[in-house]
Design a protein around this ligand. Structure first.
Ligand code: FPP
Ligand code: MG
Length: 298
């Protein structure tokens, strides 16, 4: 019933009575709609559920519009980003419009749902700020990285699963743990793909995170495994445009020290807990979403 969510978003946007906004929204690729999928799989497709899924996807789309401005990203899902097409000002304002219309509609669901989603957006924003601040230095603290990705990515998935459980009268806590674990594992894998996939498949330049100053889990593990000289070399490459040779050196070192496997194993542990929680409840579709995330090669 994802199409019902798409139609609801279109309706919310049509309510705004602004042709420019309708045209700009049409330029956004819709993406995987993972958060909406979670909500529908947990709570079915009543009107309140479809509206909640639409609101969460509008907030998520808003956060990506802002994130692409913050990250100077010119592609999103293999297409030019909105900031690349129309500039930062337009991208920021479309983000603000989607975000505030989402919040307006959130008032019509329930105070509990509104509270959980609003809290997640606070976390999302704190996480994004942390991501920006961390990329100014060579962060080697794994706990700080984990907290940042929880806030930046997992908080909205955790909230999506939680509000869906509330709407469905299910056990909120278990579903929130599921969403949280799935979200953290998802971001860890997204960070791994930035290293392992080529630019064409990725739809954005490879090793972009490191060039942007982001030391994700595989870099933290690699640094820990390198001898002093190579560790210093890795540090010297942080936050700068990499030559082909430098990029190949990083990838070869990661292969040698199994940094990708180590990072993937962490994502796997979290996904496995999510799988177990859903298996116990007979939630096969939700279990399979977590399974699909880890059943892949890097
Ligand atoms: C993508 O991270 C970014 C996020 C998941 C969160 C962005 C959050 C904000 C900009 C703050 C909230 C703002 C509003 C309007 C709700 P990434 O850059 O690691 O991933 P990417 O590869 O998809 O760009
Ligand atoms: Mg980004």
């Amino acid at each position: 019933m994802l199409s019902a969510v798409e139609r609801k978003i279109e309706q919310f946007i049509a309510d705004l009575n602004d042709k420019e906004v309708v045209a700009l929204y049409a330029k956004l690729p819709s993406g995987k709609r993972l958060r909406a999928k979670l909500i529908l799989k947990i709570a079915g497709s009543s009107l309140a559920v479809v509206k909640t899924a639409a609101i969460v996807e509008m907030i998520h789309a808003a956060s990506l519009l802002h994130d692409d401005v913050i990250d100077d990203a010119y592609t999103r899902r293999s297409k030019p980003s909105l900031n690349a097409l129309y500039g930062n000002k337009t991208a920021i304002m479309l983000g603000d419009i989607l975000y505030s219309k989402g919040f307006l509609e959130l008032n019509n669901i329930s105070p509990d749902v509104a509270k959980i989603v609003s809290n997640a957006v606070v976390q999302l924003s704190l996480g994004e700020l942390k991501d920006v601040s961390l990329s100014k230095a060579f962060n080697l603290d794994k706990e700080i990285y984990l907290e940042m990705i929880y806030q930046k990515t997992a908080s909205l998935m955790e909230a999506s699963a939680g509000v869906a459980a509330i709407l469905a009268g299910k056990d909120k806590d278990a579903y929130m743990i599921y969403g949280r674990n799935l979200g953290i594992a998802f971001q860890m894998i997204d960070d791994i793909l930035d290293i392992t996939m080529d630019a064409k498949t990725l739809g954005k330049p490879a090793l972009h995170d490191f060039e942007e100053g982001k030391t994700t889990l595989p870099y933290i593990y690699l640094y820990e495994a390198l001898d002093r000289e190579d560790a210093l070399k890795l540090k010297s490459l942080h936050g700068k445009r990499l030559s082909n040779d430098e990029a190949l050196w990083i990838k070869a070192q990661m292969q040698k020290h199994h940094s990708i496997e180590k990072a993937f194993d962490e994502a796997k542990i979290l996904a496995e807990e999510a799988i177990r929680l859903m298996q116990e409840r007979g939630e096969d579709a939700l279990r399979d979403i977590a399974l699909a995330m880890i059943e892949r090669e890097f």
